[in-house]
Design a protein around this ligand. Structure first.
Ligand SMILES: Cc1cc2nc3c(=O)[nH]c(=O)nc-3n(C[C@H](O)[C@H](O)[C@H](O)COP(=O)(O)OP(=O)(O)OC[C@H]3O[C@@H](n4cnc5c(N)ncnc54)[C@H](O)[C@@H]3O)c2cc1C
Ligand code: SF4
Ligand code: SF4
Length: 407
């Protein structure tokens, strides 16, 4: 008589790496299934709620969220909250377990490398420093510059802030973000979580050679459903005065970086404060023009009104050989509503040329709601030039040539 041995079945569990996670809460906001939770110490994923959809992967600034482990039994949330590091991966051979069910493997693959998952940086990007300063050990910066970017008649308040690090090293690249620790605590007594803000200045500072960086901060006065709120960190930053000190963590971001090689073509699509990384990259290019390190930039920039478009004046003064600008206003009095995707369609030939160019890099940054419309327009343009967008999009991501940062 033969005895049959029942092998344990391994599955993949979605987890968060506590050694890398900066506790910024971005993933918890992104997860519509309510699968992510946290306490004072850690962030954790509830295996019973997580369906591996991948929505939380692209917005995570550190990649801590993109952690997966083979398990026989899922690690409960309570256990994850106590971890200092991820557990070791168990292999099928070591556990004597049956192979993972194919559907889970496919699901994880799709989550990590399909729509979501961090794209690699452009092949020629400079090496980014990440997480040099943490919430427990933040850097201190001083506000040395502040000006309102939106018109006085506009109800939207977007501020340009310059933070100086003095003698503290804070190496940051265009496309990276910093964390800001707002003072005070939440209603239940926990210190406020840090919020992320993209640097709006190039790697050598707001003024070349200075140890500072600029931010473009919109005061949040309404939540995503239009209900009046007072944004904790954006309100704090927009109310700062010159001379005030700010606690800063980071830098963060290893993917949304610009190519370093001369001649690379940039297609930038942004709305509102999504202009911050675009300003940083454009200024980097402007400073390198005299060294012959050019390359075309085609920028699509959307706002509700002209008076709400950050950096409108300086942008319009940039030379045509540096940047080609298409503006879209959705609420400009006396003008038909236009969105960035409309402008993309209006420049379909130029956009298609870039989509077919192996030396073109695409950046999308701004309001979460722009993403769908922009991708639909790109898909249409691709199709009209006999390019299959789904295939191209996947290739662009794996080649580090498509970068999305929406919030
Ligand atoms: C990688 C990354 C880069 C970012 N870069 C910038 C930047 O350059 N400039 C910038 O201004 N912001 C940027 N943000 C957004 C920023 O981190 C904060 O989320 C934003 O300032 C709101 O924080 P708060 O503390 O003021 O609002 P909270 O107190 O956290 O939220 C108040 C309410 O407003 C809602 N809310 C949160 N964020 C927004 C929003 N952006 N618009 C409308 N409602 C919102 C919340 O759901 C909540 O109901 C970035 C986010 C990420 C993930
Ligand atoms: S988004 Fe990433 S870094 Fe932020 S809390 Fe989630 S896992 Fe941690
Ligand atoms: S993969 Fe989807 S369900 Fe799972 S934690 Fe992330 S957003 Fe939530």
């Amino acid at each position: 008589m033969t005895t049959s041995v029942v092998l344990p079945v391994l599955t993949r569990q979605h987890l968060i790496d506590p050694e890398i996670c900066i506790r910024c809460n971005t993933c918890e906001e992104a997860c519509k299934k309510g699968a992510i939770t946290h306490d004072r110490r850690n962030y954790a994923v509830d295996a019973e709620r997580c369906d591996a959809c991948g929505d939380c992967l692209p917005p995570c600034p550190t990649g801590a969220i993109d952690s997966w482990r083979r398990v026989e039994q899922p690690h409960p949330v309570a256990a994850q909250l106590g971890w200092d590091a991820l557990p070791e991966e168990i292999t099928e051979a070591a556990s004597g377990a049956a192979p993972m069910p194919q559907s889970v493997v496919e699901m994880v693959k799709e989550a990590s490398f399909g729509q979501g998952g961090p794209a690699p940086p452009p092949w020629s990007a400079a090496h980014p420093y990440v997480g040099l300063y943490t919430p427990d050990r933040p850097a201190e910066a001083t506000v040395v510059g502040k000006r309102r970017l939106t018109g006085d008649d506009s109800e939207v308040d977007i501020e340009h802030l310059v933070l100086d690090f003095g003698k503290t090293a804070f190496p940051i690249l265009e496309g990276q973000s910093i964390g800001v620790l707002p003072p005070g605590a939440t209603e239940d007594g926990r210190p406020h979580a840090l919020r992320l803000y993209s640097t709006a200045s190039p790697r050598d500072g707001e003024r070349p050679g200075s140890n500072n960086l600029a931010l473009t901060v919109k005061r949040v006065t309404r939540d995503l459903d239009g209900k009046p709120v007072r944004g904790v960190a954006s309100g704090y930053l927009c109310d700062l005065e010159k001379g005030d000190r700010v606690r800063v963590t980071g830098p963060y971001g290893t993917s949304f970086l610009m190519p370093n090689h001369p001649g690379a073509k940039l297609l930038m699509i942004c709305t509102g404060t999504g202009s911050a990384p675009m300003r940083a990259m454009t200024e980097r290019r402007r400073r390198r023009l005299s060294r012959g390190e050019g390359g075309s930039i085609l920028l699509f920039f959307g706002a509700r009104r002209r008076s709400e478009l950050p950096y409108f004046g300086p942008l319009m003064k940039l030379p045509k050989e540096l940047i080609d600008v298409e503006l879209a206003f959705s609420r400009e009095p006396g003008q038909p509503r236009a969105y960035v995707q409309d402008r993309l369609r209006g420049r379909a030939q130029d956009v298609a040329r870039l989509l077919s160019d192996d030396d073109a890099f695409i950046y999308l940054c701004g309001h979460k709601r722009m993403e769908q419309g922009v991708f639909e327009a790109l898909a249409e343009i691709a199709l009209s030039h006999e390019i299959v967008w789904a295939d191209l999009k996947q290739r662009l991501r794996t080649e580090g040539r498509l970068h999305v940062e929406t919030y």
